[in-house]
Ligand binder design. Structure first.
Ligand code: TYD
Length: 132
């Protein structure tokens, strides 16, 4: 599976911790940062793959599950620690579900938003990964 867990360096302090993301933490040049918040319970996000974009998902608050499929295998990863992110490389189908109340998902991306980079139909994704 084209994914990796990234440990975000942190400065621990009894007054509260600081996690710092600089370019050496993320294996791409950062082009865009966005975040998901106010996600209703039982809501699903994602449901697509990218052709080229790489992204790092970080659960800033709360938790959620990332359901992954690379056309060969499935994997579910629960993100619930703000200093552990999930790097998703291209051609991995992802769905985000089971959001806890108040969950916030930070996304750091290697590209600006471009609809042409998305594959939004699962059967098209499976055809895309199986053609190579
Ligand atoms: P999408 O990436 O499908 O959301 P998710 O995977 O979290 O369910 O984006 C939802 C909508 O928002 C879609 O119409 C595209 C738009 N959008 C932008 O215009 N810019 C962005 O940077 C993002 C992430 C989404």
């Amino acid at each position: 599976m084209n994914i990796e867990i990234i440990e975000i360096p942190k400065i621990e302090d009894y007054r509260g911790n600081i996690a710092v993301i600089e370019n050496d933490v993320v294996p791409f040049d950062i082009k865009r940062v966005y975040y998901l918040f106010d996600v209703p319970s039982n809501s699903h996000r994602g449901g697509h793959a990218h052709k080229n974009l790489i992204q790092l998902l970080i659960p800033l608050s709360g938790s959620f599950d990332v359901v992954l499929n690379d056309g060969r295998e499935n994997q579910i990863i629960t993100l619930n620690k703000p200093d552990k992110g999930l790097l998703i490389k291209p051609t991995v189908w992802r769905e985000l579900e089971n959001f806890s109340s108040g969950a916030v998902c930070l996304v750091i991306a290697s590209e600006v938003y471009e609809e042409d980079d998305y594959i939004r139909e699962l059967d098209q994704f499976l055809a895309y990964v199986n053609q190579s």
